[in-house]
Design a protein around this ligand. Structure first.
Ligand SMILES: Nc1ncnc2c1ncn2[C@@H]1O[C@H](COP(=O)(O)OP(=O)(O)OP(=O)(O)O)[C@@H](O)[C@H]1O
Ligand SMILES: [Mg+2]
Length: 236
């Protein structure tokens, strides 16, 4: 756990592609970090305010969401937003993890989060369009920062999409362009969509098989991310 003088690990969840799963990934990861005893601050940097809405609705429905706080950082001016994000991160000493949910196309708005990021996570659905957009962001990150680690995370994979030519083409592109991907994928699950509306996987009752499966999926994601963060910390 982080003591009061230590800066948090910062994970930016970003993709220029709308609907790729940035917000759902942010929410699932926050809940998973919290369920394993970490304190989490989510910076909601998307004017759509989806994470803030999720947090408010969940609380109203009686979910405690212990360990999680949400801070909206929305301004018209990307420069002010970058400054404010940097300030929120600096003020988050003692918090274990800061997750930043970034607006789809606003690369400018990612700036401050990016400079401070320990990891940029790029959700992409299993189609070439998503992978192409994710590849754009990889090139941008590589050119602009050069040092911030980033990983594409395939999201909303289903039995059907796994066998589809669209996914095969996407995988070829990933291989050809040597795009760094997480080993863990997030499956397409109604349970995830429910959580993105309100709640989490840990206060839901009764504990059904779909919830258990969903938890196993997000736990694998968390384990891989923690080991990546640890590797980077060891290499620094
Ligand atoms: N793995 C998944 N399983 C089920 N539903 C999913 C999954 N991933 C995303 N969705 C659903 O797809 C929609 C888009 O996801 P989400 O809002 O997370 O994308 P986004 O990248 O944040 O979009 P935007 O660019 O608009 O901010 C949501 O309704 C969400 O519930
Ligand atoms: Mg979103």
């Amino acid at each position: 756990m982080t003591d009061e003088t230590t800066l948090p690990s910062v994970i930016v969840i970003a993709s220029p592609k709308g609907g790729s799963g940035k917000t759902i990934t942010t929410i699932l990861l926050a809940c998973e970090f919290a369920a394993t005893g970490h304190t989490v601050k989510i910076i909601d940097a998307d004017p759509q305010g989806s994470v803030s809405r999720w947090f408010k609705t969940s609380r109203e429905l009686g979910f405690t969401l212990n360990g999680i706080s949400v801070e909206p950082v929305i301004t018209d001016n990307p420069m002010f937003q970058q400054t404010k994000i940097a300030e929120v991160i600096a003020a988050s000493r003692g918090t274990d993890v800061v997750l930043i949910d970034v607006q789809g196309t606003a690369q400018g708005a990612m700036g401050a989060g990016l400079q401070k990021a320990d990891l940029v996570l790029i959700p992409a659905r299993p189609h070439l369009f998503d992978i192409n957009q994710a590849a754009e962001l990889c090139r941008y990150l590589s050119a602009s920062s050069g040092t911030v680690p980033y990983r594409i995370m395939i999201n909303a994979l289903s039995e059907l999409s796994r066998k589809s030519p669209a996914f095969a083409t996407a995988l070829e592109t990933i291989k050809r362009e040597k795009l760094p991907c997480l080993n863990t994928t997030l499956s397409e699950r109604p349970t995830f969509a429910n959580v993105a509306t309100a709640g989490n996987l840990y206060e839901a009752k009764p504990l059904t098989k779909p919830i258990e499966n969903a938890r196993a999926n997000t736990r694998r994601l968390l384990t891989e991310i923690i080991s990546l963060l640890n590797e980077e910390a060891a290499a620094a």
